[in-house]
Design a protein around this ligand. Structure first.
Ligand SMILES: CC(C)(COP(=O)(O)OP(=O)(O)OC[C@H]1O[C@@H](n2cnc3c(N)ncnc32)[C@H](O)[C@@H]1OP(=O)(O)O)[C@@H](O)C(=O)NCCC(=O)NCCS
Length: 170
C-alpha cells in the first residue's frame, strides 16, 4: 500500500538519490548542466522555501517525492506556488504514485489557502490534475506550451510574469 506523508529529516538523502535516479537522462535536461533537480530541492530546503515536501512510501520505503515552492507574479508574492520537481522511482512508475503525490500536494496547498499553482511539464500528464495551458502567466525562457496553471480559489488566473525561487537557477 502507498502512503503519502511529509518528509522527515531522515528522508533527505533518500529524496536526493531518488530524484537523481528519476531525472537521469530526462529528455528536457540541459546537457551542459546534467541533472539539477536534486540540487533545486536542496537549495529550496536551505532557503526555507520548500513549502510542501511529501514522500510516497511503500512498505516504509520511499518510492516517490514531490515539492512545491512559492513563486512571484510581477514581483508580488500572491500565494501562488510551483509544483516541481515530482519523481517516482523508475521501478514504481505507472502505478498511480505520481498521481497520488500530485493530488495530495494540491490538496495541501488548498488547505493552506493558496491561490494557485503552476507547473512546467508534459501537458498530457498535468492536464489530468486540472492544470491548463494559458496565456495570462508567462515565464521568461520557457516554451509556453509546457507551462500550465490552475487556480485553487475562486479567483481567475492573474496576468503577469512568473518568477521561480532563485534555487531554480542552479
Ligand atoms: C512523471 C512521473 C512523476 C509520473 O509518475 P507515475 O507514478 O509514473 O505516474 P502515474 O502512474 O501516477 O500516472 C498518472 C497518469 O498519468 C499517465 N502518465 C504517466 N506518465 C505520463 C507521461 N510521461 N505523459 C503522459 N501521461 C503520463 C498515466 O498513464 C496515468 O494515467 P491514468 O490516470 O489515466 O491511468 C514519473 O514518470 C517520473 O518520476 N518521471 C521522471 C521525472 C519526471 O519527469 N518528473 C516530471 C518532470 S515535469
Amino acid at each position: 500500500m502507498i502512503t503519502i506523508r511529509p518528509e522527515t529529516h531522515r528522508d533527505i538523502p533518500i529524496i536526493e538519490a531518488l530524484t537523481l535516479i528519476a531525472f537521469k537522462d530526462h529528455p528536457h535536461q540541459d546537457p551542459q548542466k546534467g541533472t539539477v533537480e536534486h540540487l533545486i530541492i536542496y537549495q529550496l530546503r536551505q532557503a526555507k522555501a520548500l513549502t510542501i515536501s511529501l514522500v510516497a512510501t511503500e512498505n516504509n520505503q520511499v518510492v516517490g517525492h514531490i515539492a512545491f515552492s512559492p513563486i512571484t507574479i510581477d514581483g508580488k508574492d500572491d500565494k501562488w506556488f510551483v509544483l516541481a520537481p515530482v519523481s517516482v522511482l523508475p521501478s514504481h512508475q505507472k502505478q498511480g504514485i505520481g498521481k497520488a503525490l500530485i493530488q495530495a500536494g494540491l490538496q495541501q496547498l488548498k488547505d493552506q489557502n493558496a491561490n494557485g499553482c503552476v507547473v512546467l511539464g508534459e501537458p498530457d500528464y498535468y492536464q489530468k490534475f486540472g492544470f491548463q495551458a494559458q496565456s495570462a502567466l508567462v515565464v521568461d525562457g520557457v516554451p509556453q506550451e509546457y507551462f500550465m496553471a490552475q487556480t485553487l480559489c475562486d479567483e481567475t488566473i492573474p496576468h503577469g510574469t512568473v518568477q521561480f525561487h532563485p534555487a531554480f537557477s542552479v
